[in-house]
Design a protein around this ligand. Structure first.
Ligand code: AVJ
Length: 323
């Protein structure tokens, strides 16, 4: 018999009420907006994995290269037997680059996509029998509470993929400060941050030729159709992504192809032709811009690594001694 590897599981999944409340709230204000955290149902998580393989989506490849090259250096900074906490762990692929070298004693994966999280952490536990594996299904976009964490001395938080870019800069500071509070008294943060660059490269990364990013964006509407009571027709919307230079961010929207009225549960939502639902921000930071945010949140910057073309950065930040 081959037993299913043991994963300690903590379930704080927000549930369908959160989708309904946030969608109705977001569609009855102007400008209309829905949080990108709702992208990640099972299909959305799959599509995001496909995005990571796209030739135009350099982020994953660049970050993976940096982590591979710097694994030894990171391990030397952290030391063995830490608790490694991965935020937005998804398929838990990137953490595999660190495990053999870093040799943490415990791993905690936190993600909003429940089935995906369970499946990937079970696989991790099977592949690394020496590792104690924990998984928490949680929405950490508003509050981050890791008090269910296994007790440990040294904690390393790992927040890859430039997911920090989903927050506005002031929200990012708030989030990082909450994370710092959860890491105290001892801890560090390894975080991937996409760099500012030629807008044409950014544009291509979010408007891929195969249309996978478009499908990922539109999947949000298919999800709403599947989980809520509505006559919404996703075919009446189009994917839109562009670089907003003054804000330093990629914006993704779902653009209404026509004037329409949609019923969602007991509410009617009106769209003008060309009106959009803002579905994601993906902020890009110069190295020093991000270091300023990190400092405001209570970290000191120890190391920053980039790829040779300077498309992507990985920061190693240490908790500031509390004053
Ligand atoms: C997972 C938030 C880092 O912003 O690049 C990819 C999500 N959206 N393509 C990003 C995403 C469109 C991704 N993050």
């Amino acid at each position: 018999m081959n037993p299913v590897p043991a994963v300690q599981f903590y379930d704080y999944h927000p549930g369908v009420a959160s989708l309904r409340d946030e969608v109705l709230q977001g569609l009855t204000v102007r400008p209309k907006a829905i949080s990108p955290k709702f992208f990640y149902d099972a299909r959305g998580s799959q599509l995001f994995d496909a995005i990571c393989e796209l030739p135009e989506y350099y982020l994953t490849r660049k970050e993976t290269g940096i982590l591979q090259r710097q694994a030894q250096a990171i391990a030397a900074l952290v030391g063995p037997d830490c608790l490694l906490i991965e935020l937005g762990s998804g398929a838990s692929k990137k953490v595999r680059l660190l495990l053999e070298t870093l040799r943490p004693s415990q791993y905690l994966g936190v993600d909003i996509s429940k089935d995906f999280l369970l499946q990937s952490t079970r696989q991790l536990a099977g592949d690394y029998p020496w590792l104690e594996v924990h998984a928490a299904c949680a929405d950490f976009s508003q509050t981050l509470d890791l008090s269910y964490c296994p007790p440990s001395v040294e904690k390393l938080a790992f927040f890859p993929g430039s997911s920090i870019g989903n927050f506005q800069p002031h929200e990012a500071v708030h989030f990082l400060a909450q994370l710092a509070a959860n890491l105290r008294p001892h801890g560090a943060l390894l975080i991937g941050v996409d760099l500012k660059k030629d807008p044409r490269l950014l544009h291509a990364a979010y408007n891929d030729a195969q249309g996978v990013t478009a499908e990922f964006n539109l999947n949000l509407l298919w999800r709403i159709r599947a989980e809520l009571d509505t006559d919404l027709d996703p075919a009446r919307f189009a994917h839109q992504a562009f670089y907003n230079e003054s804000q330093g961010r990629i914006e993704m929207h779902l653009l209404s192809r026509e004037q329409q009225r949609i019923r969602i549960e007991d509410r009617l939502v009106e769209f003008e032709a060309g009106e959009t639902i803002h579905t994601e921000n993906s902020y890009k930071y110069h190295i020093d811009e991000f270091q300023v945010l990190a400092r405001q949140a209570g970290y000191r910057s120890e190391y920053v690594w980039t790829d040779a073309e300077r498309l992507f950065s990985v920061h190693y930040l240490h908790l500031q001694e509390s004053r």
